[in-house]
Write a protein that binds this ligand. Structure first.
Ligand code: SAM
Length: 270
């Protein structure tokens, strides 16, 4: 796969665009395992984000009923058209994955462009899928499965905790991609699940999560007072229960954040 990738890059005179996170998979063993982790059935539709040269796309198309493959880079898109023309079950979509509406699919399998990991993950979490196998930068992958209070814990951890089971399946060495990225990567499995606690107002919950994690080292009460001020809501009626509001944001569990949101909802009603 390595030699084949170099050949295609030369043949089409492709200048690699690092800003678009262009690192192409060259490990056939990893490709095989990605497909296995996805447990693709012949009846499945699959979405791939960032199809690149189409190596993963072709492997998915051999297993699935249909593959939707999104690619932003115009030159790569025209190469994909040629290289995948023999697959009648591949639908190529030209454009920015962050701006396009995702089709409802059973599986999402992607070696994602690392520069858009966070917004893309939030988008995947709110899309319709049953199982996602995604390769991320290792540092980012650790944030998806972090515990409260640790350095990796943050907004994305809470987002994932509320919407999916996330599992780090394996670490990926730099040489699995060409050109090799600066850092190691990791394969993550996401399976959607309902929130493990009742969220009364999901929009407000995620708005508060975003607001809180702008300052993870601040005490919750300071961030919340600031939030209320930004919304012109009086905070003097609010009882700042110390077990929640005296905690630093980075130490709040998702359940505790939800309790804070419920306090705010009660304040608005009262
Ligand atoms: N799937 C290929 C592979 O495994 O070899 C390529 C993976 S490469 C890590 C990421 C791909 O995503 C690149 O082809 C890049 O051009 C594309 N890309 C970058 N930003 C994108 C975006 N916003 N929407 C869609 N594709 C994007």
């Amino acid at each position: 796969m390595f030699l084949e990738t170099i050949k295609i890059l030369k043949e089409y005179n492709i200048k690699i665009d690092k800003k678009k996170g262009q690192h192409f998979l060259v490990s056939s063993n990893l490709l095989k395992r990605e497909i296995e982790y996805a447990e693709i059935k012949p009846s499945d539709t699959v979405l791939e984000i960032g199809a690149g040269l189409g190596t993963l796309t072709a492997a998915l198309a051999e297993k699935a009923k249909k593959v939707f493959a999104i690619e932003k880079d115009q030159k790569l898109f025209s190469i994909l058209r040629k290289r995948l023309s023999s697959f009648s079950n591949v639908e190529l979509i030209s454009g920015d994955a962050l701006k396009l509406e995702f089709p409802a699919v059973q599986k999402i399998v992607s070696n994602i462009p690392y520069s858009i990991s966070s917004p893309l993950t939030f988008k995947i979490l709110s899309s319709k899928y049953e199982r996602a196998v995604l390769i991320y930068q290792l540092e980012f992958a650790k944030r998806l499965t972090a515990e409260p209070g640790t350095k990796d814990y943050g907004r994305i951890t809470v987002g994932v905790y509320c919407k999916a089971d996330a599992k780090l399946l394996e670490r990926v060495p730099r040489k699995a991609f060409y050109p090799p990225p600066k850092v190691e990567s990791a394969v993550i499995l996401l399976r959607p699940k309902p929130p493990p606690f009742e969220i009364s107002n999901e929009n407000l919950f995620f708005e508060i999560v975003r607001f809180l994690f702008m300052h993870p080292n601040k005490k919750a009460k300071h961030s919340i007072k600031y939030y209320l001020k930004s919304k012109d809501i009086e905070s003097n009626k609010l009882e700042f229960a110390p077990e929640l509001f005296e905690k630093r944001v980075r130490d709040l569990t998702p359940v505790e954040i939800n309790k804070i949101v419920n306090v705010l909802i009660a304040l608005k009603k009262g």
